[in-house]
Design a binder for this molecule. Structure first.
Ligand SMILES: Cc1cc2nc3c(=O)[nH]c(=O)nc-3n(C[C@H](O)[C@H](O)[C@H](O)COP(=O)(O)O)c2cc1C
Length: 336
């Protein structure tokens, strides 16, 4: 007789999301994600936030198209209307995304006017209803990215109750940016720096909800830090460090996913981008796609190795970029 495995805390650990690159507006666009894929095949990638309005009333293709090689890739949505979120999630699934993530962490005033992002943490029942509507509409995972509190709340119970309520809709993956969001008086940038990080709140969530997948985010920069966090939670999401120092991710496939496949060195990563860039320029150059639209994400590739500054300077030279020739990448490489 076959025995049915009993779900355990370990079973909640979906290895796919052990490492991920955070959703970052203007940064983690489809070109950036293709670039990151040259460095790591398995790290889970997130889109920039796309609002439901942009999908329900806007140019769906412009917001949702991506390259096959980006998988696994999650679509992050911003919105607070269950009906619109269901439509947007369905579109995401149809376009082939692997996960739909709801943004409950963005503190920007513009987002608050739309009544979504971090201010949604004050309305856990609404988030629950949003997640339910999305889960009813799609069969891929629906996850939530949130903060640990809003404004000056110090209480762990706030985030515990938020997670508990949202989980009633069947959400089992929570991405915890481990600091409060201050809804008035701080810019989004300050909101990523000033409120103190409280990693222990994320650890407590994992202890209180061992059956859920809890990912931690905020201020994480090194492999040593990642290893420490992975002793307490299921996954680590990197934002700014992954963007500014992307080659940090070169060890991720072997170390965290057990994939022994050889990893490209920095030069190979750069060369691997060249056919992609040429193809994109050929296809969309006439519609305004510029070389810099893609190469701007690659400035940090040489971070930490000799010549990094010169590499960055060559790739930031507006005159040479304007010529639109992908060979500029080779010049940047050789000029180091
Ligand atoms: C330029 C930029 C844009 C961001 N845009 C988003 C976004 O669209 N959605 C979101 O949930 N978080 C956004 N964030 C926050 C990040 O996802 C992440 O939570 C935050 O940067 C903390 O992680 P880090 O310290 O590893 O960067 C953004 C961060 C940056 C730096």
């Amino acid at each position: 007789m076959n025995t049915v495995p009993v779900p355990t805390a370990a079973a909640a650990k979906a290895p796919g999301r052990r490492l991920s690159v955070a959703p970052m507006m203007d940064w983690t666009d489809r070109h950036c994600r293709v670039f990151h894929r040259q460095i790591t095949k398995h790290t889970w990638l997130y889109t920039e936030m796309v609002t439901t309005g942009a999908l329900v009333y806007g140019d769906v293709e412009r917001h949702l198209r991506f390259s096959e090689e980006e998988h696994p890739v999650a679509l992050q949505l911003g919105g607070s209307d269950p009906h619109d979120l269901a439509i947007a999630a369905k579109l995401g699934e149809q376009w082939g995304y692997d996960e739909i993530n709801l943004n409950c962490g963005c503190p920007s005033e513009r987002v608050q006017k739309g009544a979504f992002g971090a201010c949604l943490m004050a309305e856990p029942e609404l988030v629950r209803d949003c997640v339910k509507a999305m889960r009813d509409a799609v069969s891929i995972d629906v996850t939530v990215k949130h903060r640990i509190g809003i404004n000056d709340s110090e209480s762990y119970d706030f985030v515990r109750d938020f997670v508990g309520t949202v989980a009633d809709a069947g959400c089992t993956t929570f991405i915890v940016h481990a600091r409060n969001a201050i809804l008035k008086g701080l810019s989004p940038k300050e909101n990523r720096e000033i409120p103190p990080l409280k990693y222990d709140y994320a650890y407590r969530l994992k202890r209180d909800f061992p059956q859920f997948e809890i990912l931690i985010n905020g201020g994480i920069k090194t492999e040593a830090e990642i290893d420490l966090h992975l002793q307490h939670v299921d996954g680590v999401m990197l934002g700014r460090e992954a963007y500014h120092n992307p080659y940090l991710m070169a060890t991720f496939d072997s170390k965290y996913y057990g994939d022994p496949a050889p990893v490209k060195n920095r030069e190979e990563v750069l060369r691997a981008m060249m056919p992609y860039i040429a193809a994109q320029l050929a296809k969309e150059g006439g519609r305004g796609l510029k070389l810099n639209t893609i190469t701007r994400h690659m400035l940090g590739l040489m971070q930490g190795v000799p010549g990094a500054r010169q590499f960055r300077q060559t790739l930031s030279d507006s005159k040479r970029l304007a010529a639109g020739n992908p060979d500029l990448l080779l010049e940047a490489l050789q000029g180091r």
